[in-house]
Ligand binder design. Structure first.
Ligand SMILES: Nc1ncnc2c1ncn2[C@@H]1O[C@H](COP(=O)(O)OP(=O)(O)O)[C@@H](O)[C@H]1O
Ligand SMILES: [Mg+2]
Length: 284
């Protein structure tokens, strides 16, 4: 069965989507893994990064996104077609052939509210959290890793991602405001795991947009690393770089080095991927 990892933080703009996409591509090309990425964010960033807006628009019109799975659960229908919704070989890097995508939809905004209402009506913290897991179950065994990208909140859609996850990573920019929400998310996930009756394992904090010449970045990283009991800070940091920012553009690239940059970025992302896979092998 695949190892299922959620990328999560309460803060937006910390590089969740970027790191999820890169992890998938590096796992596939550098480490030969079959990877499914799942976009749970109604901002559809991961989806448009992978397949572009035009293709997303067509899929969305045909109901071939995760919104259909959640709508089915709310309305009692069974329209979601997992095989048809999965987009295969989606990486913008030519040589990466092993990354598939389950696309998101803007409709998740309103569905999230309906799901919340359903959960309140059922009066249980674990109500309506297995919709995603059930929807993906028929194809899960085909993958080595399933990576789930979340919106920056812990609403019912995110809980669906966590409920099917073995572990999670928290990307963070090492500055004051970005790190504030980390203890809350850790506590919340631990509590949710207890409610589900199993552990959702923290694999580590991924330092993103790191500026080696920033005093505050270095002080924050030092503080985070000091709390070893509380969290495992992955030892390789992803630097802030123009090439990585540009990689969000839906465009074709010949290699991972061309896409992400070869002034350290390729090596950082490769090492980060390796560390996460090592943690996953050991802990999940
Ligand atoms: N290491 C990095 N260097 C430069 N820009 C980055 C880096 N990581 C992410 N970005 C950019 O920062 C913005 C937010 O990143 P994103 O991955 O969308 O964050 P999130 O998913 O947490 O909201 C995007 O424009 C993205 O391209
Ligand atoms: Mg995002």
């Amino acid at each position: 069965m695949p190892k299922i990892i959620t990328t999560i933080s309460l803060k937006g703009g910390v590089g969740k989507t970027t790191i999820t996409a890169a992890l998938a591509e590096f796992m596939s090309l550098e480490f030969g893994q079959r990877v499914l990425v799942v976009d749970l964010d109604s901002q559809i960033n991961l989806t448009t990064m992978m397949i572009g807006e035009n293709e997303w628009w067509e899929l969305n019109n045909k109901g071939l996104t995760l919104a259909t799975a959640f709508r089915d659960a709310i309305e009692g229908t069974s329209n979601f077609d997992v095989q048809a919704s999965i987009q295969r070989g989606v990486s913008s890097v030519k040589r990466v052939t092993g990354v598939d995508l389950l696309p998101s939809s803007l409709d998740l905004i309103s569905l999230q509210e309906q799901l919340s209402a359903l959960r309140v009506a059922e009066g249980s913290t674990t109500a309506a959290v297995n919709i995603l897991g059930n929807a993906i179950a028929p194809v899960a065994a085909f993958y080595d890793y399933i990576l789930i990208d979340c919106p920056p909140n812990i609403g019912p859609i995110t809980l669906n991602g966590l409920a099917m996850s073995d572990g999670y990573i928290i990307p963070t920019i090492p500055d004051v405001l970005s790190t504030y929400g980390i203890p809350q998310i850790q506590t919340h996930i631990a509590k949710f795991g207890r409610e589900l009756g199993r552990d959702i394992v923290e694999l580590g904090l991924v330092i993103t947009k790191y500026k080696s010449n920033s005093a505050i970045h270095n002080a924050t990283v030092r503080n985070l690393r000091r709390d070893r009991e509380i969290q495992n800070v992955l030892p390789v940091y992803l630097a802030e770089s123009n090439a990585i920012a540009a990689s969000a553009l839906f465009s074709k690239y010949s290699t991972l080095k061309v896409k992400y940059g070869n002034a350290g970025q390729f090596d950082q992302l490769r090492e980060i991927t390796k560390h996460i896979m090592t943690e996953a092998e050991a802990k999940l």
